[in-house]
Write a protein that binds this ligand. Structure first.
Ligand code: FMN
Ligand code: SF4
Ligand code: SF4
Length: 286
């Protein structure tokens, strides 16, 4: 079987998940290519592939705009389609995030067969503690060993529907134009910046430039946090969302635990349910 995985990722969680899918599918004998979704969007030839996978981080209960724009560019086709998403929290409302993406692709004829969602460390709102981030990361990687094999064995898998999810997701899609405006408010603190230019290199929408000794943030921000999360000196402020900024990679070598931070009770029941269901799925693997 031949798979094409199309991946959008800001701080790196989703690309890590996609790479794990790639390695499991390849171990099972499949041919797999991955293609990062970045601007400018170029037409892609999906003719050689049996299965198309779209991987994205959930942004405000939606797929990021660049992912929807990419889907609009895909050709009409009846190929099999699966969707994989990552999120910071295990809310059922996140399941509605793919509705718009699916409506675009189903209209084009794609045959939607599988969908999976993984909790990964937050890159926005607040920082999970490292023990909790380690637990999320290792749970997701173990789950993929189960989930990827469903694809190979043609076992369909869908996520639970969220009542009113479509309406709520539609309302939150205001995030798309809002983030373009907010992106223009990003600033670099000259006193902290070490001119490594990683932010420019990391930006998937080519939204940042450096001219005449100054950084410029243009009109194409999709609020992926690739620049601000990975800045080695935490020099970038992210407009009105600055108090929600998370900067710096998580250390994923800590002992797994429920988090000890001031946010320890945030969505606690939903996380407990997510980990319990994941453990069950991993134990009962096919
Ligand atoms: C602008 C923005 C909005 C987000 N909205 C949500 C959300 O609605 N629900 C959620 O669970 N996580 C949300 N997150 C968290 C990310 O989905 C999560 O950290 C994801 O794993 C990041 O993946 P990446 O590293 O591939 O970009 C949001 C993150 C950003 C930057
Ligand atoms: S990543 Fe940070 S330190 Fe490096 S150039 Fe950009 S703002 Fe400056
Ligand atoms: S400016 Fe930063 S947050 Fe906006 S798209 Fe580029 S990397 Fe992502």
């Amino acid at each position: 079987m031949k798979f094409a995985l199309f991946v959008f990722s800001g701080s790196g969680n989703t690309v890590k998940i996609a790479n794990k899918y790639k390695s499991i599918l390849e171990d099972d004998g499949a041919e797999v290519i991955t293609h990062m979704i970045t601007l400018p969007l170029n037409e892609v030839d999906i003719t050689p592939y049996d299965f198309i996978g779209i991987f994205y981080p959930i942004h405000a209960f939606n797929a990021p705009k660049i992912v929807l724009d990419f889907a609009k560019m895909l050709p009409v086709s009846n190929k099999k389609l699966f969707i994989v998403k990552t999120s910071g929290e295990p809310l059922i409302l996140n399941n509605a995030s793919s509705l718009k993406l699916l409506s675009i692709l189903k209209k084009k004829g794609y045959n939607f067969t599988n969908e999976y969602s993984y909790c990964m460390p937050y890159n926005m709102i607040f920082r999970h503690d490292d023990g909790f981030a380690t637990k999320m990361n290792s749970t997701a990687l173990k789950l993929i060993e189960v989930d990827a094999l469903e694809l190979v064995k043609s076992i369909p898998h869908y996520l639970k529907k969220c009542p009113m999810g479509g309406v709520i997701s539609f309302v939150f899609r205001i995030e798309h134009p809002a983030m373009k405006v907010n992106g223009k408010l990003f600033r670099v603190n000259k006193n902290k910046c070490v001119n490594c230019m990683q932010c420019i290199k990391n930006c998937p929408t080519k939204n940042i430039s450096f001219e005449n000794g100054k950084f410029h943030f243009k009109n194409n921000c999709t609020m992926c946090t690739a620049c601000s999360f990975n800045c080695p000196t935490n020099a970038i402020s992210i407009g009105v969302l600055n108090s929600w900024k998370v900067n710096g990679r998580y250390s994923l070598t800590s002992e797994e635990c429920f988090q000890q931070t001031t946010h320890k009770n945030y969505c606690k029941k939903a996380y407990i349910r997510y980990f319990d269901e994941a453990d069950m799925r991993i134990k009962n693997r096919i």
